[in-house]
Design a protein around this ligand. Sequence first.
Ligand code: NDP
Length: 548
Amino acid sequence: ATTFDEFTKLVVTKSRGGSGGPKLVFTPIQLNVNKRDITFANQLFINNEFVDASDTSRVLRTINPNDESVICSVQSATKGDVDRAVKAANDAFESGEWPLMNARDRGKLMFRLADLMEQHKEELATIESIDSGAVYTLAIKTHIDSKLSVCRSTRGSGAVYTLAIKTHIGMSIDTWRYFAGWCDKIQGSTIPINNARPNRNLSFTKKEPIGVCGIITPWNYPLMMVSWKMAACLAAGNTVVLKPAQVSPLTALKLAELSVYAGFPPGVINILPGTGSVCGQAIADHPLVRKLGFTGSTPIGQTIMKSCAESNMKRVSLELGGKSPLIIFNDADLDRAVRHAMGAVFFNKGENCIAAGRLFVEQSIHDQFVSRVLEETKKIKIGDPLDRSTSHGPQNHRAHLEKLVEYAQIGVKEGAKLVYGGAQVDRPGLFFTPTIFTAVTDDMYIAREESFGPIMIVSTFPDGDVDGVLRRANATEFGLASGVFTRDISKALYVTEKVNAGTCFVNCYNKTDVAAPFGGFKQSGFGKDLGQEALNEYLKTKTITIEY
Ligand code: NDP
């Protein structure tokens, strides 16, 4: 038992003649990192067991982006393995313990999983940190404004809130608890319909689970993306086959392990590390999968939607890329605007789907804004994400880093003004300097395309031209998020009305919450994660009509 709570439970259970709870036999990878022992599986998780892939000759190498060392190799699922997992999920949905379970008991399992995640949160945060470069401790606040930080560290007062723990792991735990609470509140409605006189009629709807759901997640917030989708999917009563991103699969495998200890029946949760082209594609194509939830790039979203249509018309929800506009008016609180704009771009090293892809700053404050941002950006501490003083960690993987270097080079070639950064940091590991471009015009590549990295793209607009800047902000095929900074409430509300994006932040940014629906418009996809609306993505409505 790795925690005191688990240890005492085990002692009590064994002293009463119990077996000590569900057993899971596997050989974990064991490491000592971040001054703690961590363990996790590196196999496929099917039917509550860790098993080898049917082809063990092709494994995925998981790399620590801090120094490019190999953490371990992970099994890679084949098409046959996907079939095995889908059949297990289908059996669990059709005939196992899961469909017989009361909704409230389903909620209890999810609460129990959240409690186990809480007990293991430092371990989960450490795994996330070495696997994806997530900064373990928060520090973005210290060099921006300790009073009004994007995230807060309260070291010394007992609690230390850390980025990996608070955002990556903390929000994952909150998500499981939030959806656990929904399990016994999924309701239909009673609908007045015309009576077939002289008889009378009654019509009502029931919300039912869809069946086996496929979920495919990206690498930027590995555990959080898994949790956002899987918690809603299970709360609705479905079973799941999930493929995490091949470059960052480890926390998903740790979650699989904890789900057994939480008591989930076999086949309800199946997690298949593997490649998108083989494992992901096989999930999208599988005839027994009835719904697919996806977060990732727009081009792969298009491929998936096509596969879902052609295979069996499975339902699909897509959370795709973004190029979110952030408009800063000259009447904004400048300190606040600078602080949040930096968070909007640099948070999680820019690997953030709602990152502000483009800043529009009103002409009269442009120079002052840029010089303030520059001053603060120079203070950002780049380093090992496990180091408690680091605020900016390495990019997730090499191909992504190389894409960012190329992106910055394109910006320079196009004639944008490179004010800061623009290159890989001269040290081992996959570090990219927080970067600032100004004088960016609408036709440039960097004004149109998402970087998914710590690159601030600043354009300006004439004072007072609210409609003009809105036209430019909306002139994109993306529509994930947006933001506005102004002290004028009417102007702020006007922007929220006119901006064509799924989320609009006013005088804040990145303020997502498990209870607030999240998802995009246009080519940023459709369907919501989080909030009550996310449940509907994983439910079907049945209408029942009675004549009496
Ligand atoms: P992808 O869209 O390529 O990958 C997302 C997930 O889809 C991964 O698990 C991937 O597998 C899988 N996948 C790839 N091909 C297929 C397929 N044919 N069928 C089913 N699944 C598939 O995104 P990337 O991770 O490569 O990132 C590229 C860009 O996408 C980023 O630079 C960013 O612009 C955007 N992005 C947006 C995110 C968001 O939150 N909206 C998140 C991540 C990326 P595999 O592990 O093999 O790659």
